[in-house]
Design a protein around this ligand. Sequence first.
Ligand SMILES: Cc1ncc(C[n+]2csc(CCOP(=O)(O)OP(=O)(O)O)c2C)c(N)n1
Ligand SMILES: CC(=O)[C@@H](O)[C@H](O)COP(=O)(O)O
Ligand SMILES: [Mg+2]
Length: 641
Amino acid sequence: MSDRPQTPLLDTIHAPADLKRLSDAQLRQVADELRAETISAVSETGGHLGAGLGVIELTVALHSVFDTPRDKLIWDVSHQSYPHKILTGRRDRIRTLRQKGGLSGFTKRSESPYDPFGAAHSSTSISAALGFAVARDLGGSIETGLGDAIAVIGDGAMSAGMAFEAMNNAGHLNKRVFVILNDNEMSIAPPVGALSSYLSRLYAGEPFQEFKAAAKGAVSLLPEPFREGAKRAKDMLKGMAVGGTMFEALGFSYVGPIDGHDMDQLLPVLRTVKARATGPMLIHVLTKKGKGYAPAERADDKGHATAKFDVVTGEQKKAPSNAPSYTSVFGRTLTDMAAEDSRICAVTAAMPGGTGLDLMAERYPSRVFDVGIAEQHGVTFAAALAAGGMRPFCAMYSTFLQRGYDQVVHDVAIQRLPVRFAIDRAGLVGADGATHAGSYDIAYLSNLPGFVVMAAADEAELKHMIATAAAHDEGPIAFRYPRGEGSGVTMPERGEVLEIGRGRMIREGSRVAILSFGTRLGEVMKACEALEARGVSPTVADARFAKPLDRDLILQLVADHEALITIEEGAVGGFGSHVAQLLAEEQVFDHGLKFRSMVLPDIFIDQASPADMYAVAGLNAADIEAKVLETLGVEVMGKRA
Ligand SMILES: Cc1ncc(C[n+]2csc(CCOP(=O)(O)OP(=O)(O)O)c2C)c(N)n1
Ligand SMILES: CC(=O)[C@@H](O)[C@H](O)COP(=O)(O)O
Ligand SMILES: [Mg+2]
């Protein structure tokens, strides 16, 4: 407790309304204290640090100028919302962030009325703000009334198509809606692409402030010291190559760029736009990711995400690792294979580090494409790379690939193009919670004609599956693997090309067969140890493929056992459902097979450690043991299991 920062003024803020009685100078002090409190809290919990530190002043300014929660403040991605949570009545729980039973690391409607719209995947905020603005104008929420709608979106998130779809619509509807472009020249990695260069050009010259009204001779509307700046901006703009900004072309009034750490700029500009805006308005705010905490400012990722750390030194407290992460196995293996095959190339949507493609980019920069937060484009781009004779690996997290699903179906699957999908963060991911769970890819890929879908049981299997994918030119192929470390198995020198649609036998037993798809195999083996002690000896097989299924293996298992249990780290509709379909088609159920399918339950599971989340899901070793006993009807301590 004594290590905690002194925050006398922040201690008096229990809700944004408390900010309204403070002077501008006091608001500055609140911002300083809020920064110290955010650093202190994240040092205890770990999590997204840099983005929140970059919006400290903006958070205070927005809550002091606007009337939240009546006004709807929507944080894009919302990884920067910790300071917002502290100001909106959640300070007492801020040190439970991202933990089991604690605050979510993202905004969540069920958590607070100050979180009007949940997020965690990027680039949804402008659509949401526009929806609130239109609902307001149509008379929604008659009891309380709806106020303004404000989206805060980063320069990285702004690169996604969805943000532009929303701006296009907002410009057309001409609704009063505010978009704050929080431009810190960073995504998780440095941002890429023409939009990023464009934004840099907008402030390449001397700092200036422009307000649409200025051009109409209404400079006097702006409070000092903006009048001078606005006049200067008007003059500057006449000669600028940029001409009208692209935001204006989309129907927005554009204000900026302004210094997002200077309350003397933020407060008057926000007050002015609040008083004057009639249609869509974009306020371009320049900030620094990690602002005010030297270790974050110095870090390559500007403190984007951190483990728990020592506030004084910035040193992160990471548990020593015993095995390579799946991500690093993917990155290193693909890099080695790219050395031997010049047709191997790779696509990431703004996650070069998260997918391990940064390793390949170091050696083969011309064959690794970071397309920005643009999963839809990334998938179609990979499809055309394949059509053009390359061997593209499209490396995406399971949860983010969801955004490119139509492209997976329409551009990849229907055209039978050999895109290799490297699906990281498969299954439950832990602290990021339900929004980031990789629960659906087995189901949403295995139902596509011609797709090959694999899951690695360990890191050696992953290596084989990368080799298998590289060699597979006949059509689309996907392999999935979880977040975190492997299980420490011996790694092969080279990946072996697996026979498509062939599983492997792990151990032979009797009465019950467990057919595992993915890394639950480790838990299955633990369960088997416990079951042996009870005199039950299951057969275990690793399916490797959800599509095509190993029909021979499955039909042999059901012929030799009275019960079959499938297990996977995915939602219903995936591997187990396909096995059930096969068994039904083969009329196996007509002969009395006991069949059970262990899948993720039909709920969204809140953040916790992956093991705790799998306990909620009922997919840990003890659950498997219980399922086997229940299926076989074995008595446990005098009771039927
Ligand atoms: C659809 C989607 N793809 C990828 C991500 C992963 N992701 C989270 S934050 C982030 C960078 C966002 O950059 P920016 O919007 O500029 O915010 P900053 O962190 O710089 O404040 C990315 C790529 C995501 N959340 N959603
Ligand atoms: C906010 C966001 O979407 C990412 O920062 C995500 O939290 C990264 O997850 P990993 O830590 O698994 O790379
Ligand atoms: Mg950014």
